[in-house]
Write a protein that binds this ligand. Structure first.
Ligand code: ADP
Ligand code: ASP
Ligand code: MG
Length: 246
């Protein structure tokens, strides 16, 4: 059974309607004989209670003095809450799922707190779940250093979780579900004449991501490129074809 990564961004894990769509995509994958590994971001945007920026605002009064270890653990909490809620929702629909933290998923990073890089993978835990056909709902954005400190992968880093896992698990594709139709030539929230790329190369998408197209995290693209795994960016509510990055 091919593994597919289904990643849902912060605005895709909030309303009842969007959560129903998550269940729809999980069922659709299973019906197509694909095994879904779900990755989720923290719910919503500032000032929603568990959004990453809300969590940061709880302590970040003096950036220069902030303890990076503490800040990363705090920032990582939003994804943990989100994964538990989504796993619980799927499980209640008899789609056997459990929440999995970035550290349980074996995403080992360097010590570059707040913008850590995944340097190794310990797949025992997650592969065991997959073998038992239990759907892992993995917290995006989180990693762990070799010496056991919790890290975060940089803003927008749940995309990196999705592509790093996709690469380590040899996924057939990585679906990034978000609140716009795909990758466009400008920000559709600002420019209503923004044009959708139906297809784009890894390198061109990387260039756009480095220059403000935050719909995909630039760091995420390299993991998919290395293994030649296609990334699809789609609108959670539309079930559209979106943008294919390959
Ligand atoms: P998610 O929580 O789903 O990861 P993000 O906020 O990280 O969502 O990324 C989606 C947002 O990226 C969109 O709401 C859109 O406003 C913004 N965006 C900026 N530039 C682009 C672009 N070139 N193409 C598409 N979306 C863009
Ligand atoms: N929640 C993290 C952030 O806001 C990661 C992500 O959404 O991809 O940056
Ligand atoms: Mg994002």
């Amino acid at each position: 059974m091919d593994i597919v990564i289904l990643k849902f961004g912060g605005t895709s894990v909030t309303s009842f309607e969007k959560k129903q769509m998550i269940a729809f995509y999980v069922k659709q994958a299973l019906e197509n004989n694909e095994f879904p590994v779900v990755v989720v971001s923290a719910m919503g945007r500032f000032p929603d209670p568990y959004a990453t920026d809300t969590l940061i605002s709880l302590v970040q009064k003096n950036e220069a003095n902030d303890n990076k270890v503490t800040l990363d653990l705090l920032m990582s909490c939003g994804e943990t809450i989100s994964a538990t809620i989504i796993a619980n929702m799927l499980d209640n629909l008899d789609l056997h799922a459990i929440p999995v933290t970035g550290f349980q998923a074996g995403l080992i990073t360097d010590n570059n707190f707040s913008n850590a890089n995944v340097i190794d993978f310990d797949g025992k835990f997650i592969n065991n779940l997959i073998k038992k056909k239990i759907i892992p709902v993995v917290t995006g954005f989180q990693g762990i250093t070799k010496d056991g400190f919790i890290t975060t992968l940089g803003r927008g880093g749940s995309d990196t979780t999705a592509t790093a896992l996709g690469s380590f698990l040899n996924a057939k594709r990585i679906d990034i579900f978000t609140d716009v139709d795909g990758l466009m030539d400008s920000d559709p929230d600002i420019f209503n004449d923004a044009i959708l790329y139906e297809e784009i190369s890894y390198d061109d998408a990387y260039y756009l991501a480095c220059n403000g197209a935050k719909v995909i995290c630039s760091k995420a693209i390299s993991y998919a490129k290395k293994k030649n795994i296609p990334i699809y960016i789609k609108n959670t509510l539309k079930n559209n074809t979106g943008t294919l990055i390959h």
